[in-house]
Design a protein around this ligand. Structure first.
Ligand code: G3P
Length: 222
């Protein structure tokens, strides 16, 4: 499999679709090529197909539903996401929280569709619980720091270290991403020093005037 070190979540920001989504995807592709650090993107559903056609980068959905193909109006089918060109999906983001049963169902649906799974968690016990589903990644994001501009790597280093321990204790194959408030190469370096395998971030890149400049900075200390 192809496992990025950095994943950019476009959320539902204005900058996350259309021209600026392409701009961020293009910058991610360019910075990946230049630095050798693989960067993935999680754009809105509507951009999955065009972005995966136009750019050589791993594309993720922001969510899939725990459903089988059939009569489920308004739901997001893992197979459809895969068919559109995504190689994986986020599951259980703090802004798209699921019950534990639905996390399990969404992980199963994604795996069946051959999608990588990135299960987001908000604390150490949920990280440990999610590890039992053997996703490809767990992304630990303290909700109070999301979008704050205050980096989890400096504000709450223990949550990264302890999540890594809790996750690897249950399944050492699961990669751990750290997220919330990450915006610089120093944050990324610190997260990796604390045991994370990579980072998940949004506003630092998506809301930036020059996403390419921020992306170059993010990979500068790896
Ligand atoms: O999924 C990433 C995200 O929740 C972190 O957001 O804006 O703090 O990088 P941000």
């Amino acid at each position: 499999g192809i496992y990025p070190k950095i994943i950019i979540n476009f959320k539902a920001y204005n900058e996350g679709f259309g021209h600026s989504a392409h701009n961020i995807a293009k910058a991610s592709e360019f910075v990946s090529e230049q630095s050798g650090v693989l960067i993935g993107v999680a754009p809105s559903y509507m951009e999955i197909h065009p972005i995966s056609k136009h750019y050589e980068i791993p594309v993720y959905a922001q969510h899939v539903d725990a459903i089988e193909p059939g009569a489920h109006t308004g739901h997001i089918l893992a197979d459809a996401v895969r068919h559109a060109g995504a190689i994986g999906t986020l599951i259980n983001h703090s802004e798209r929280r699921l019950t534990l049963a639905d996390v399990s169902g969404a992980v199963d649906a994604a795996k069946k569709a051959n999608l990588q799974t990135v299960v987001c968690t908000n604390n150490i016990p949920t990280s440990a619980a999610a590890a039992a589903f053997s996703p490809d990644f767990i992304a630990i994001e303290p909700p109070e720091l999301i979008g704050s501009g205050i980096s989890v790597a400096t504000a709450d280093p223990a949550i990264i270290e302890d999540s890594v321990k809790a996750v690897k204790n249950i399944n050492s194959n699961v990669r751990v991403l750290a997220g919330a408030g990450i915006s610089t190469g120093d944050c990324v370096k610190r997260a990796l020093e604390l045991g994370a395998d990579g980072v998940l971030l949004a506003s630092g890149v998506v809301k930036a005037k020059d996403p390419e400049e921020v992306l170059f900075n993010l990979v500068s200390k790896i």
